[in-house]
Ligand binder design. Structure first.
Ligand SMILES: Nc1ncnc2c1ncn2[C@@H]1O[C@H](COP(=O)(O)OP(=O)(O)OP(=O)(O)O)[C@@H](O)[C@H]1O
Length: 586
């Protein structure tokens, strides 16, 4: 229940929308009850008046009850219409509120704090669990509130005429509205929980399978995975069958109780008629009982959703409550003296790792200079980028931007100083325009084209049927590797940050594309402080310094000319290997 209470608190800004929708639903329910009871009484009275002959007919006032019936019917239609509008509006607002709230909780966690979660699991929580929570208002909160209030009001109405009838109706509504759903929930709880679990596992497996589709095809592992998925599917179908059976028992039970209530009310009512209650009252109670049951028919489903909502709330809050991997500072942004970087004796260890990725790293990158970082796989090059962007915290030493410790910047503010072009620069499944606007949301058409021109991609984009509005496909599949990276360059132009981080930007490109690509990069480097992480030789001569990393430390530093001149130097060694490898590849 604590989770549901927390959910309600989260929805507090929209409480008037929620209450408004629920009260309109109550009005619909009560006007239906009014319509049925008044119609029952009216028809019976009219019939009795007819039986009494002409004299009684003249005494009988038809007009007032007929107007009442019309009034109730009109109110029922209008309130239902308004209820739909208000509850839908409330639902959309709550959904938006939930998604933004969850995203704001998730953002500070990424990437370090989300390491334990698989992407399929996260996706399920983001999409399916949030949707389930969204059911809370429409399928749990409103039905319970309406059923509770309507039952009391309807039973009180019966009790005005005879307390026995009011009590009987209330008891029937309580037993049917709470007892039957609780029984159904008990019967279906295990299957429901198992189904949620299997569905979650299946979602994780499907996302994983889709991501690794190429490998699976090559390894011919498709049939085995299909078999596993079919097995899970069969397990889900079996649970669905069980739940459908339970739902069937629930709705049959509800019908049975409704009819039983009708009989009991009639049996209680007949002696009351003999003791003075008007005869026309009996049909009124009968139809009223049938209408009263409409208030509780949604409860079995509400109970089912209650279970699902609690499970989804638990899962969502479990992620939202994950501790931030390191505290982010709030408050005014510090003012660094300039875009120069200095690291001293820096130590970085990834969470759960046994050893440090950076151990005692020291380097200095003066403002406006160009630094290349070389090193074997695992030497710690990308860890420097992770550290500068505050994706991970450092445990020892110091790292400063313009004299200010990185830890003293709010992370968002620090990231404004950096633009990144890497081999993994991600393109979203959207238009080229949207992918560019990511870097500068308010960029106008002219700025976008200027950035594309600087990245030497304008001609290509102009040649596309929809130009800037062409879809790039998931991860940029509709673009070549070189084009996708030029979009990343254009983004960096738009962002216009003083420091440029290039993390193996030409990796995977052929030699000619690489040379052209470097031309576009050179334009981007102009006037900026540059850190260029690479496995390639191209472009190294233009660097002011080259740092060679090994085991998370700088082991050699100097200009290209200095380092290549060292007979036993690593650059020389690397260059001979690289040239041999590049030659043998041609
Ligand atoms: N997100 C991470 N979580 C845990 N360990 C990591 C993570 N990223 C890197 N490491 C580890 O930290 C060490 C340094 O990795 P890093 O990616 O910085 O090396 P690199 O020099 O960039 O290598 P490459 O040239 O292959 O990209 C490696 O041992 C690696 O396994």
């Amino acid at each position: 229940m604590r989770d549901l209470w927390r959910l309600l608190k989260l929805f507090a800004p929209y409480r008037w929308w929620m209450l408004g929708g629920a009260l309109l639903a109550l009005l619909t329910m009560l006007s239906n009850f009014g319509l049925m009871t008044l119609s029952g009484w009216f028809l019976a009275s009219a019939a009795l008046a007819g039986l009494g002959g002409y004299a009684t007919l003249n005494l009988y006032n038809f007009f007032l009850p007929a107007a009442g019936v019309r009034g109730f019917a009109t109110i029922r239609v209008l309130s239902r219409w308004l209820e739909r509008i208000v509850t839908h509006e409330a639902t959309f607002r709550l959904l938006a509120q939930l998604r933004t709230w969850f995203y704001t909780r998730l953002e500070p966690l990424a990437p370090a704090g989300l390491r334990g979660l698989r992407s399929g699991d996260l996706l399920a929580r983001l999409v399916a669990d949030i949707d389930t929570l969204n059911n809370f208002y429409l399928r749990v909160f409103t039905p319970f509130l309406v059923a509770g209030l309507a039952s009391v009001i309807m039973a009180a109405f019966f009790a005005l005429y005879a307390w026995q009838l009011g009590l009987a109706l209330l008891l029937f509504l309580l037993v049917s509205g709470l007892g039957l759903p609780v029984l159904s929930e008990r019967l279906g709880a295990r299957a429901g929980a198992e189904m949620t679990q299997i569905q979650a596992e299946m979602r994780v497996q499907i996302v994983d399978t889709l991501q690794g589709m190429g490998e699976l095809l090559v390894a011919n592992a498709g049939p085995r995975l299909q078999g596993e998925l079919a097995e899970k599917n069969a397990q889900i179908i079996a649970r669905q069958g069980h739940l459908a059976g339970v739902a069937g028992i629930g709705s049959a039970g509800m019908s049975f109780m409704g009819n039983l209530a009708l009989w009991v009310i009639l049996l209680l009512g007949i002696p009351l008629v003999q003791h003075g209650i008007g005869r026309a009252m009996l049909p009124m109670f009968a139809l009223g009982t049938m209408a009263a049951f409409e208030a509780i028919v949604a409860l079995p489903l509400a109970f089912q959703f209650l279970g699902q909502t609690r499970a989804a709330a638990r899962r969502i809050f479990a992620v939202a409550d994950l501790p931030a991997p390191f505290p982010d500072v709030a408050g005014p942004a510090p003012q660094p003296a300039g875009p120069d970087l200095e690291m001293r004796d820096l130590r970085l260890r990834y969470p759960d790792a046994q050893t440090d990725a950076l151990r005692g790293l020291s380097l200095r990158v003066p403002e406006g200079s160009r630094t290349a970082i070389l090193g074997a796989t695992g030497a710690g090059k990308s860890s420097i980028v992770n550290l500068l962007l505050r994706f991970y915290d450092y445990q020892g030493g110091s790292a400063r931007l313009g004299g200010v410790e990185l830890r003293d910047f709010p992370a968002d503010d620090l990231r404004r100083y950096f633009a990144v072009v890497s081999q993994r620069s991600y393109l979203f499944h959207s238009t080229i325009r949207d992918n560019l606007l990511l870097a500068k949301g308010d960029a106008d058409e002219e700025e976008l084209w200027a950035a594309l021109a600087a990245a030497q991609l304008d001609e290509f984009v102009r040649s596309l049927p929809q130009g800037l509005d062409n879809i790039v496909g998931e991860g940029g599949v509709n673009l070549s590797g070189g084009q996708a990276r030029r979009v990343a360059i254009a983004r960096a132009f738009l962002k216009d940050s003083p420091i440029l981080l290039l993390d193996e930007p030409t990796e995977g490109l052929d030699v000619i594309t690489e040379a052209h690509f470097l031309d576009a990069l050179k334009a981007l480097m102009k006037g900026r402080t540059v850190i260029y992480i690479t496995h390639r030789l191209l472009g190294l001569k233009d660097m002011d310094q080259i740092l060679i990393l090994d085991g998370g430390q700088v082991v050699e530093a100097g200009t290209y000319a200095e380092l290549i001149a060292r007979p036993d130097g690593r650059l020389r060694h690397f260059a001979s290997f690289r040239t041999a490898a590049e030659l043998s590849a041609t």
